[in-house]
Design a protein around this ligand. Sequence first.
Ligand SMILES: [Zn+2]
Ligand SMILES: [Zn+2]
Length: 265
Amino acid sequence: MIEQKEFEIELTTLEPIRIGGIASPLSGIDNPIALVGDKPVVPGSTLKGAYRCEIERYLIDTYFDRAAKKWTDKNLQPCIPSTKLSPDENQLVVNGSYRFYNSFQPTGGDIKGEGCHYPCDRKCKALHEICPVCYFLGANGLEGFVKVPFLYAKTAVNELYSANIDRAIQTVKQGTNRPYQLVPDGVKFTGTLTVILKDTVRDRELGKARNLKDDTGGDAWLAGHPRSIDQIIKEFIIDRFVSIKTIGGYKSKGFGKVDIKIKPI
Ligand SMILES: [Zn+2]
Ligand SMILES: [Zn+2]
């Protein structure tokens, strides 16, 4: 049996936002926004990225002493879920903000390695853990507890533009840039977030370390001190979604500010 809880997410744009979609040769629009049918959307992957970022920031702000480069609990250190690091990301690993496993750098090449994964493969010298962020959102090879939805605008893209014709112009020309589409401010998007509370078949319960059989350090951050479901939902779900203040691209051009509300259904 799977026990789950649903939350309604409502996102309101406070500035225009721009999340790129796939250009259709028939539309005649160069840089379209993400649409499903005729509705603008915030794709699940975009919202998930913003949410992931907020959990990481929260963990680092709350549990990491930057000056001393020390974690109050090392198990709370988030990973960089990638197989390659940019020099800036590598700096974050070096200063201790993030974990990154099996990292190596071939002479003159990129720094390679991996984020959380399951099970631990032979490359690992010691057993890896799953970081708190991957606990919620899933790691390579292991499902998480939170399913982040697409958010849909109620308004079709055409109505949106006719209602805001002067600000939200179908395509905007700025200087020599190519024209692009955007979602104006004041538009609401909604979607339903699903959180797994308990999965009896797989023996998993939110707030507790999972009983993982294969080689892994597992959910070490919860092993010694499980958290209650209410505590987890407030600290890692509700408060984190509400903290998302920007989304999408063109942030340096005054785009992206949003307000997010989330409530249990
Ligand atoms: Zn991770
Ligand atoms: Zn491993």
